[in-house]
Design a protein around this ligand. Structure first.
Ligand SMILES: C[S@@+](CC[C@H](N)C(=O)[O-])C[C@H]1O[C@@H](n2cnc3c(N)ncnc32)[C@H](O)[C@@H]1O
Length: 191
């Protein structure tokens, strides 16, 4: 199934700029790089800004016992995701913005190429229940200190993280005042 999904992902205009021989590494292997961290937490997972389904679809295949929500704001991308979620009993699609979802509802939020890490942290952390974590696929980012400041304002802390990931542990319920209105996190980042 992953093979067919990957083929459709690279063949569908507007879903990804990474095609050819890099496609498997970027969309499948990199998506699965968070598996060990995710397994440290139980419960449902949300992939924020899932786009064409990375990392949510590879994670749903690798973790069939975990419920995976593919959250995406673009209607056209949601239609693509729905076609693939139908093949996975543990995956579902929510078409909407992160800032408009129920708070403290998932154990793990993951985000890959969603936005600059400080913005992605602000969008993901309100979705995570205390005790859970937001995991940002940040690449070789030098933004750790700024992301830690954002996490602190959202009841979370930056935990020890494997290379390429930023793991933000949610310690407390989402503070009053968050999430800010759609668009504000990008316009006026917290750090
Ligand atoms: C650059 S794409 C990355 C897609 C995928 N995660 C990947 O790694 O290929 C970012 C996606 O996030 C979606 N997005 C942006 N802001 C969002 C928000 N606030 N809530 C939900 N989705 C959002 C966009 O529509 C887009 O599909």
């Amino acid at each position: 199934m992953i093979e067919r999904w990957l083929e459709a992902l690279v063949a569908t205009p507007g879903l990804t700029s990474v095609t050819g021989e890099d496609a498997r590494r970027v969309h499948v292997d990199e998506s699965l790089a968070a598996l060990d961290v995710i397994r440290q937490f139980d419960g449902p997972i949300v992939d924020v800004g899932s786009g064409g389904g990375a990392p949510g679809i590879p994670l749903a295949v690798a973790l069939p016992e975990r419920e995976v929500t593919l959250l995406e704001s673009s209607r056209r991308k949601c239609e693509f995701l729905e076609r693939w979620a139908r093949e996975l009993p543990n995956a579902r699609v929510v078409c909407g913005r992160a800032e408009e979802q129920p708070l403290d509802s998932w154990e793990v939020a993951v985000a890959k190429a969603l936005a600059p890490p400080t913005v992605a942290a602000e969008w993901c952390l309100p979705l995570v229940a205390p005790g859970g974590a937001a995991i940002l696929y940040a690449g070789p980012s030098a933004e750790g200190a700024r992301v830690a400041r954002v996490a602190g304002q959202l009841g979370a802390e930056l935990a020890e993280s494997p290379p390429g990931l930023l793991v933000l542990r949610k310690l407390e319920p989402t503070p009053a005042g968050f999430p800010r209105r759609p668009g504000v996190a990008r316009k006026r980042p917290l750090a």
